[in-house]
Design a protein around this ligand. Structure first.
Ligand SMILES: Cc1ncc(COP(=O)(O)O)c(C=O)c1O
Length: 381
């Protein structure tokens, strides 16, 4: 539901990303309260690394997960004291060095080769690196929106190669296992996946004598773009995690999308309305170069029309109910926010407020394509 303060932003320059920081704070506080210590909550900065967003989240999360040297430097600058976990494939030597310099608490190691290089870098710097090995278990991704199969982490065979490297590396301390196997899982599917990871990882770590092991069970908690009101069941997840946990272990999760997606809106106005081959189209200011999410997810992005008493071909006509496709200003048929949707009596000048624009939105979009003006950014405290 669009709040009054977001609605008021329709009167300002458009397009605009509007972040409801008060709503975001309340949402993340609710997640933390539901978890109630069942797992440490890290936030995956890749979902939305904007400084006001990070600062709003910081008091409610245990730490931040970063996936590049760029994110690491950014998060360290915005939150100098945050606990940071550094994951992601293809870390360069410079990034591994930066991990030590920026006091990263855990490095999530992606391959035996990366572990070898980290070992040499830690030795040369005479610094200790605390690591989780990222495991990539086979199968069992049913129901996932995105399965992280392929080059992410190590299969059990590759992890086995890490054993002798670790045994010969006093500067690298193995603290546990990391896994992020899929995105878009509901609480039941997430718990089933976590149980599989724990089963495998406990066995493997006990063979190495790891004391007080840590298990980072990843992110990927589902959000439902067809129904913004339907939320991931954090309380059920916490109950399930508590049942899985054993004394002396630390469980950690690192969601991104489910934390910030509801806190952002993309507001834009209708520039033109036309009919082509029997179909209605509304051309909106801006486009998917600002909000790429509907293209990457191939979905109809949820929206609310804020009528402004506008004009244009459909205004005042009895065509309410005829579906309309909402497109942007790009010269590509892929620039579509939503296809053949019910937008009521949409008129030129009306404002369309896209919900769920707080994660994987602006920061994953190709901003410079066609050189249209950049959106306004407003952070409502
Ligand atoms: C390693 C890792 N952790 C966490 C996340 C966050 O996932 P989500 O935003 O779906 O919660 C991702 C997303 O790709 C990831 O790759």
């Amino acid at each position: 539901m669009i709040g009054e303060r977001v609605r008021e932003q329709a009167a300002g320059a458009l397009p605009a990303f509007v972040y409801d920081l008060a709503g975001l704070r309340a949402h993340v506080a609710g997640i933390a309260a539901a978890l109630d210590g069942a797992a440490e909550l890290f936030y995956a900065a890749k979902a939305n690394p904007e400084p006001p967003v990070l600062r709003a989240l910081a008091p409610h999360v245990a730490g931040i997960e970063v996936a590049s040297g760029g994110e690491l430097a950014h998060v360290r600058a915005v939150l100098p004291d945050a606990r940071i976990a550094f994951g992601g494939p293809g870390k360069t030597d410079e990034e591994l060095r930066a991990a030590l310099e920026h006091r990263v608490e855990r490095v999530h190691v992606e391959s035996p080769y990366e572990l070898r290089r980290l070992t040499a870098i830690a030795r040369a710097a005479d610094r200790r690196a605390d690591v989780l090995l990222r495991v990539n278990l086979a199968g069992g991704r049913a129901g996932a929106a995105l399965a992280m199969s392929g080059p992410f982490g190590m299969d059990p065979e590759a992890i086995e190669e890490c054993r002798p490297i670790l045994e010969a590396a006093p500067h690298v301390r193995l603290r546990g296992v990391h896994a992020h196997l899929a995105s878009g899982l509901d609480a039941d599917a997430m718990l089933a996946q976590s149980a599989r990871v724990l089963d495998w990882a406990r066995d493997w770590l006990s063979g190495l004598g790891v004391d007080r092991p840590e298990f980072n069970l990843g992110g990927g908690m589902a959000v439902d773009y067809t129904d913004p009101a339907r939320r991931f069941d954090w309380a059920a997840h916490a109950t399930g995690l508590r049942a899985l946990a054993r004394p002396g272990e630390t469980l950690r999760i690192e969601p991104g999308r489910a934390v910030t997606v509801y806190g952002g809106w993309y507001l834009t106005d209708v520039l033109d309305i036309k009919r082509a081959h029997g179909e209605w189209y509304a051309v909106l200011r801006g486009g998917t170069m600002h909000l790429r999410t509907p293209v990457t997810k191939n979905h109809d992005h949820p929206f609310t029309v804020l009528h402004q008493g506008g004009s244009g071909p459909r205004a005042g006509q009895p065509n309410t109910g005829e579906p309309v496709t909402l497109v942007g200003q790009l010269c590509t048929p892929k620039d579509v926010f939503a296809r053949r949707v019910d937008a009521g009596q949409l008129a030129v000048g009306d404002v369309v407020a896209f919900a769920m624009a707080g994660a994987y939105a602006w920061n994953i979009s190709h901003h410079d394509f066609l050189m249209h003006p950049k959106p306004r950014f407003t952070y409502l405290d």
